[in-house]
Design a protein around this ligand. Sequence first.
Ligand SMILES: Nc1ncnc2c1ncn2[C@@H]1O[C@H](COP(=O)(O)OP(=O)(O)O)[C@@H](O)[C@H]1O
Ligand SMILES: N[C@@H](CCOP(=O)(O)O)C(=O)O
Length: 323
Amino acid sequence: MAVYTEVSDEALRAFLADYPLGELLAFRGIAEGVENSNYALKTAAGDFILTLYEKRVDPAELPYFLGLMEHLAAHGLACPTPVHGRDGAALRSLAGRPAAIVTFLPGVWPRRVRPEHCAPLGRALATMHRAGEGFSIERPNALGPAGWAPLLDGCRARGDEVQAGLVAELDAALEGILAAWPAPGALPRGQIHADLFPDNVFFLPDAAGKPGVSGLIDFYFACTDLYAYDVAVCLNAWCFEPDYAFNVTKARALLNAYEQVRPMTAAERAALPVLCRGAALRFLLTRLYDWTHTPDGALVTRKDPLEYLRKLRFFSQGEGFAL
Ligand SMILES: Nc1ncnc2c1ncn2[C@@H]1O[C@H](COP(=O)(O)OP(=O)(O)O)[C@@H](O)[C@H]1O
Ligand SMILES: N[C@@H](CCOP(=O)(O)O)C(=O)O
């Protein structure tokens, strides 16, 4: 469920009067997503998405996210483009929330990832990294290594209710990851998506009927960080089977295709195992935090933290991760 803020027809029509989009033809709430309220809009000018930014998004960061989408789209990435109002502003206000309209992307995200999805994914991720070069605003990764200890502290009181011994295991994992994390300046960095899970990548069949990426969405965790960390997020989110077996075929397809567009340095390749451990810990911690802090019956969908414990353990073994 992701319509937290209801918008009346009258309020929407008044809001749209500030845009050069013509008459409103259709309007419906989108159930998918967890962070913000999303509506699909059809106007005389075409299809669009209206997003009302909810409490977990800091309004001060919206110019970065909207500016990044606009820059990426202008530099060859298929992604939503913010629509500017008649006064030039893309970020406005509706029903008491910051709000923006972005272009609609056709396609569907894969409910079940197949190896054939992973090469187009790799190319799209590298295309995003290349397209982001030249976007000069920096946004630190609030959910990067410096954010993990405070998140874990926030889970300390109730973490072991999810699994006995979990907090101690995560303390040890965090210490090991931080000790092995690449030093500042050691790896190339730039604008990264930081949450490129299957539900944020749309596909359509290409001319040969194979899956092709039609676009990337949901840039609201994007930040300025290590490119290879984004690769590690994708290895976590795309390359495990439902039984938690790591699928090396998917991983190789992703990496090889990524490197066709943006070759990685030897140092990036060498750092992948620790970056994968860090990415697993990051999603484990945010899920664990939400699991232990979200009241029963709240609208936010809670995701299983233990899925990422399995992945963290896999990447911590050292063996079985030769790519
Ligand atoms: N630009 C877009 N084009 C098409 N559909 C979109 C677009 N943006 C969002 N959606 C739809 O809205 C859903 C939720 O969007 P998302 O950005 O993932 O929300 P949240 O940030 O709240 O998790 C997506 O799964 C998709 O169905
Ligand atoms: N991908 C994260 C949750 C973020 O949700 P999104 O709908 O904003 O992509 C996770 O799986 O923990």
